[in-house]
Design a protein. Structure first.
Length: 413
């Protein structure tokens, strides 16, 4: 496969949607020679903060001299961003080779499955990632779970450390209607005799579930502090909490940390699509906050980044399965004007719906501009050189902004 063929093949697997269960993934691992057993692993689950925390743990371990891999989701521009070796995204040719290996395994597996039971896109990507991480002989891989944990495709690794970043009411259709139910699904990744690390501020219901799981499985339970104890290159109060969690998890894995290595990791980590500044005239800030907890974390950090810049113009798109009203209640008071638009994702709420909702909430002056790039251009006009543009509400909106305008469509999963 060429890199372009690999991307098209992965996109074609989107047709099979999301299917829970680990049987297909276990068969894929058998077909590939069990790559998931050839490296040590740290498993990161939660509602918010997973990608940042995964990158941060990987950076700390790398700065301690380990050959470290990472598996992340979703991506912004290319599927290859999901697999990282050291501090780099996977090379396009290596990604294509990994997808080809996974595709062959999927064909073998599907011969033994009913016709309607097919390997999903996320399963294929996860298998490709594990195959490549094993091929590179990484010492340890930091693995970000996708949706949930119990039946998530990532949950075939024998991880020795598990990390819970946060738990919020999201994906209730699949994970359960309460914080406790969702926490139980996510914490099924916890292995007997392992160590579970909780982020600062984890919901009390989730914390109670974690304590019960730890007691049942003979697991050591450690709570991370809020203060990372070191200066970060990545802005935002929530990133400081994420790094404190990452530091604690890395210390559990290694046993002892070198402060110089921790400081170097803290200074080096950047998280694309999270408080990402892409221009300064006016300041243009991209943040993939996509639920009420995420927008609260964004607005908490805005004064640190935007400062006295005015006006602040929001560019917002939200998916139809999110609590749009709660998100807008947090975002709108920070904006002097808002542009509502729509990402390419078919689940994006129609901009007129968002405009109407914002009016009911007493939001600032607002208008609709179709298309992410056009919406940002209009927001820049309104902000002027002394203002700021904040693009948020959906990771798919951020992906659209970062995609070249002529680029083929991004993944919807």
């Amino acid at each position: 496969m060429t890199p372009e063929e690999a991307e098209r093949y992965v996109l074609s697997r989107e047709l099979f949607g999301m299917r829970f269960g680990l049987d297909r993934m276990r068969r894929m691992m058998t077909a590939l020679g069990h790559p998931e057993r050839k490296f040590e692993s740290v498993h990161v689950v939660g509602t918010n903060g997973k990608s940042s925390t995964t990158r941060m743990i990987a950076a700390i371990l790398s700065w301690h001299g380990l050959l470290t891999g990472a598996y992340l989701s979703p991506h912004l521009v290319s599927f290859g961003e999901r697999i990282r070796i050291g501090d780099r995204d996977l090379e396009r040719s290596a990604f294509a080779a990994a997808v080809q290996r996974a595709a062959r395994a999927a064909e073998l597996v599907e011969h033994s499955l009913p016709p309607e039971d097919r390997v999903t896109q996320f399963e294929l990507l996860t298998a490709a990632a594990y195959s490549e991480l094993a091929r590179r002989d990484v010492d340890v891989a930091v693995i970000e779970a996708g949706l949930g944990g119990r039946y998530d495709a990532t949950n075939v690794i024998p991880s020795k450390v598990q990390v819970l970043t946060s738990v919020g009411l999201e994906h209730t259709r699949w994970l359960g209607p309460t914080i406790g139910a969702i926490a139980a699904e996510k914490l099924d990744v916890v292995r007997e005799g392992a160590t579970l690390v909780l982020g600062d501020g984890v919901h009390p219901e989730a914390s109670a579930v974690a304590e019960a799981v730890a007691a049942e499985r003979g697991v050591r339970l450690i709570r991370a502090p809020a203060d990372p104890g070191v200066a970060l290159g990545a802005p935002g109060a929530f990133q400081r909490r994420n790094f404190a969690l990452a530091r604690t998890a890395a210390e559990v894995f290694l046993g002892e940390l070198d402060e110089a290595a921790v400081a170097a990791a803290a200074a080096s980590v950047r998280v694309p699509g999270r408080l990402q500044i892409v221009d300064d005239d006016p300041l243009v800030l991209l943040d993939g906050a996509h639920n009420p907890e995420g927008t609260a974390a964004l607005t908490e950090s805005l004064p640190e980044i935007v400062g006295a810049r005015r006006p602040v113009v929001g560019v917002i798109s939200i998916l139809d399965d999110k609590d749009a009203a709660a998100m807008l209640r947090t975002l709108l008071p920070e904006c002097d004007a808002v542009i509502f638009t729509s990402s390419q994702n078919p689940r994006a709420l129609p901009p007129p719906t968002l405009l109407s909702l914002a009016g009911q909430l007493g939001g600032p002056p607002a208008e609709i501009v179709p298309g992410a790039h056009a919406a940002v251009l209009r927001a820049r006009e309104l902000a002027g050189a002394s203002g700021a543009v904040v693009v948020s509400g959906s990771i798919y909106l951020i992906a659209d902004v970062l995609q070249p305008t002529a680029r083929h469509r991004a993944s919807m999963l």
